[in-house]
Design a protein around this ligand. Structure first.
Ligand SMILES: Nc1ncnc2c1ncn2[C@@H]1O[C@H](COP(=O)(O)OP(=O)(O)OP(=O)(O)O)[C@@H](O)[C@H]1O
Ligand SMILES: [Mg+2]
Length: 233
């Protein structure tokens, strides 16, 4: 593994909910890693909910992660499962007559790890989202064995969501590398006090506090991430 002292194999980015900024932070991490001289690739194991361009379906998260990656890998590894409806992954899979196989995702991740210094894996929804009748995103993260970065969407209720998610991550036995406070609304009342409350109660470092951006882009977002803390160097 090349790249300025980093000896890990990647990160698993989860969030307190859907639409809290996981893709935004994952893309910014990739951008920062690439700028640090690390080869990197994003992975979205399961994408549910597509958009349409000229009558062709596309999955925005997958496109954003690919655009932010320095290694252009096989799209079938980057995104093993994609479904059209914006519904829970196990439901979307069932509608498509598919059973999501963790083994297939793990194999794709290992293939990506062979091609890049860092693989940034973005979950779907939150930590305990089911993937099939037996397994959840937490089981997938455990099997991948990557340290977790928790993106907290800073809004009313986020303290409870952040601490519940951190407790569930701890229960899964996966290391929590840190958390990111992401301001997903322009004027969250008592933002600093909410951040401080989470920081007091969570046993993991704050890796960045993201302000609300009128037009978020990874160049801005990465400025508010402590990459040295992420890479533990
Ligand atoms: N700090 C921010 N300031 C302003 N807008 C933000 C910020 N972070 C994220 N957003 C916006 O919020 C929306 C949701 O972000 P994003 O797609 O990264 O969430 P997600 O957790 O990946 O969602 P999903 O569960 O669908 O994967 C996007 O439109 C994104 O641009
Ligand atoms: Mg996303």
């Amino acid at each position: 593994m090349s790249g300025r002292g980093f000896s890990g194999q990647g990160f698993f980015v989860t969030g307190t909910d859907t639409s809290v900024g996981k893709t935004c932070i994952a893309a910014a991490l990739l951008h920062g890693f690439a700028a640090s001289g690390l080869s990197c690739v994003g992975m979205k194991p399961v994408a549910a909910g597509c958009d349409w361009r000229d009558a062709v379906a596309y999955w925005g998260d997958v496109e954003q992660l690919i655009a932010a990656s320095s290694v252009q890998a096989d799209p079938a590894w980057v995104n093993p499962y994609r479904f059209e409806p914006p519904i829970a992954p196990h439901l979307a899979a069932a509608q498509a007559g598919v059973t999501i196989q963790l083994d297939k995702i793990v194999a794709a991740c290992r293939a990506l790890q062979a091609q890049a210094d860092v693989v940034v894996v973005e979950g779907a929804g939150g930590w305990l989202v089911p993937l099939n009748a037996q397994h959840s995103m937490a089981d997938l993260a455990s099997q991948l064995g990557l340290p977790v970065i928790l993106v907290v969407g800073m809004r009313l209720g986020c303290i409870n969501h952040a601490l519940l998610t951190a407790a569930a991550i701890q229960q899964s036995g996966v290391p929590l590398a840190g958390w990111v406070a992401n301001q997903i609304m322009p004027d969250m009342p008592a933002f600093d006090a909410n951040l401080a409350a989470i920081q007091t109660h969570i046993a993991a470092p704050l890796l960045g506090a993201q302000p609300w951006f009128a037009t978020p882009d990874q160049n801005n977002v990465v400025l508010h991430l402590n990459l040295d803390a992420v890479l533990n160097r």
